[in-house]
Design a protein around this ligand. Structure first.
Ligand code: G3P
Length: 216
């Protein structure tokens, strides 16, 4: 599984987000790979309507219908066509009790949860909340040029022991098919990445290469 987090990159906002999501769809269809996109809340409905791959939110709040100005309502993500959400990204960290409540609200809406953790140990501590996936990303490598699989392969091995391969995603600096392949060989189910795709001159070529790395 490959999940591209569009974050707030200009190349992955508004019309460009739709264009980039369509490229992900093309590559998913051509390769058969499980490729998903995590888009900004304001882009989610449009992308979900136009693209036939799983579309995730980057965040939800543990709120319900009613008051709560500016929060992201899990029901609205669902109604807009979203199938899941990232939670507790290193750029949007949550208090433990907020994370627990957010996972619960996601589950009530049938949304898949991808909970980020900065270390394997922290990731393992989230198992009690039973998220669908735990994405371990060393914060210092996020947005950088060196993949976690090269800089700290032991983190992936350790995470797979503590969390188990079925739930484990890893990320930070993942850029190409070799990185993906190494992550999978070290025990991850898939990768979460951003800049390798959002900053690429030719995102389709990068995604084709990344998808090739899923075949181990
Ligand atoms: O959510 C994925 C992200 O934090 C990794 O970012 O740019 O290192 O692939 P990047």
């Amino acid at each position: 599984m490959i999940i591209t987090n569009f974050k707030l990159y200009e190349s992955a906002s508004g019309d460009k987000a739709l264009e980039l999501a369509k490229i992900h769809e093309e590559v998913a269809k051509e390769t058969g790979a499980d490729i998903q996109v995590a888009v900004q809340a304001v882009d989610l409905a449009r992308i979900s309507q136009e693209v036939d791959i799983p579309v995730l939110a980057q965040h939800i709040d543990p709120v319900g219908f009613g008051s709560g100005t500016g929060k992201i309502l899990p029901e609205s993500v669902k109604m807009a066509g979203g199938v899941g959400t990232i939670l507790n990204h290193s750029e949007n960290r949550l208090k433990r009790e907020v994370l627990e409540a957010s996972i619960k609200r996601a589950k009530e809406n049938g949304l898949t949860t991808i909970v980020c953790a900065e270390t394997p140990e922290e990731g393992a501590s989230f198992l009690e909340f039973d998220p669908d996936y735990i994405a371990v990303e060393p914060p210092e490598l996020i947005g950088g040029d060196i993949s976690v699989s090269t800089a700290q392969p032991e983190i992936i091995e350790n995470a797979s022991k503590l969390i188990g391969s079925e739930k484990l995603l890893v990320g930070a600096g993942v850029k190409n098919g070799v990185d993906v392949k190494t992550c999978i060989e070290l025990g991850a189910k898939g990768v979460l990445l951003a800049s390798g795709v959002t900053k690429a001159e030719d995102p389709k070529a990068v995604l084709m290469d990344l998808a090739g790395g899923l075949i181990v």
